[in-house]
Ligand binder design. Sequence first.
Ligand code: UD2
Length: 326
Amino acid sequence: MDSNAIRDSTILVTGGAGFIGSHLVEALAPHNEVRVLDDFTTGDRAYLPDDVTVVDGDVRDPIALQKAARGVDVIFHHAALVSVTQSVDDPRRSNQTNLEASLLVLEQARQEDARVVVASSAAVYGHPETLPVPETASTTPTSPYGVQKLAADQYARLYEGLYGLETVALRYFNVYGPRQRGPYSGVISTFLEQARADEPITVEGDGRQSRDFVHVSDVVRANLRAATTDAVGEAYNIGTGQRTTILDLAETIRTATGSDSTIVHREPRSGDIRHSGADTSKATRQLGFDATVGIESGIRSLVGDDRSNAATDTALEPNRGGGSYR
Ligand code: UD2
C-alpha cells in the first residue's frame, strides 16, 4: 500500500457500482468506510464488496445525496451519463446528471467540509489545439457532454477559490478495462465483443484517428493520489501520453484474440475528434502520477479475462492476482 494512500476515512463514491467507480471502491474498501450512491441503471451490485454501504438512489436526488454524504471526508464523484451520443440526442437530460448533480455534490461537500474528486474528461478540449494537449490548452467542447464536464470541472476549481473547498478534477482520456460494457461503452469493449464473436470489427471512418487509451487501474491510482494531494483547486490530465490509432487498435485486438474477424469501415462519426492525447506532465509533477499499463498489455489482460470466461476478473485487479492499484 502506498504510504500516501487514503485510509481510515469515510468516503462516498457516486456511481460507485459503475465501470470506473466500482474499481475505485474495490481499492478503497479494505482501508476505509466506503459508501456507494448508485441508481444501478448501468452499475451492478455484483461489482461491490460486501462491506460497503449502498444507497440505491439517483445522484440528482438531494435527499439521497444528503443521506449518502453525511459525515464523509471525501467524495469521489463518478455518477454520470457517459455517452457523448446520448448527450447530443438529449442535452437537457444529460445536463441534469452531468452538471446539475455535480453542483449538488459540491454543495453537499460544503456542508460536510469534504474533499471532492470530480471525474472530468478529455472531451473538455474538443479538437485539441496542440498534441499532446496540456491542461492550459483552450477548451472548446464539441458535444453537450463535453460542455457539461467542462462546467463541472470549472465549478470544482471555483469552489476551491470561493469557499476553500478542497477539490480536484481529473480529465480522463479514453478509459478501458474490465466491466466496461453496454451500448454506450467505448471502442475497446465494442471491438473486443466483435472479435470474440468473429463478427466484423467496425472502424468508423478511415481509422487513422487516434486516442490516448488509459487502463482503469491507472485511473484508480490517479484518484487515490487526488484524495491526498496538497495541490487542490486544479485539473489534471489522466492518460498515458501515448496515442493509438483506431485501425492499430483493431489489429491489436484481432491478434490478441486470435479472431477471424474482418475489419470493415463505416461512415465516420459526425463531430468525431481526429486526435486526442494527454500531456500528463502536470499530473506527474503535482500528483506523482504516471500511467503504468500500456495498450498492448492492457488488451492482453482483457483478452485473458475473456478466455477464462470470467466477467470481472483480471490480473490487473488488486484482489485477484498479481497487479495492484498502487
Ligand atoms: C469521448 C472522450 C472520452 C470519454 C468518452 C465518454 C475524447 C477524446 N474522448 O470518447 O474521454 O469522455 O467520450 O463516452 O473526447 N469507434 C469506431 N468503431 C466503433 C466505436 C468507436 O471506429 O465501433 C471510433 C470512434 O469513431 C472514435 C473512437 O473510436 O473515433 C473512440 O470512440 P469512443 O466512443 O470509444 O470514445 P470517444 O473518443 O468518443
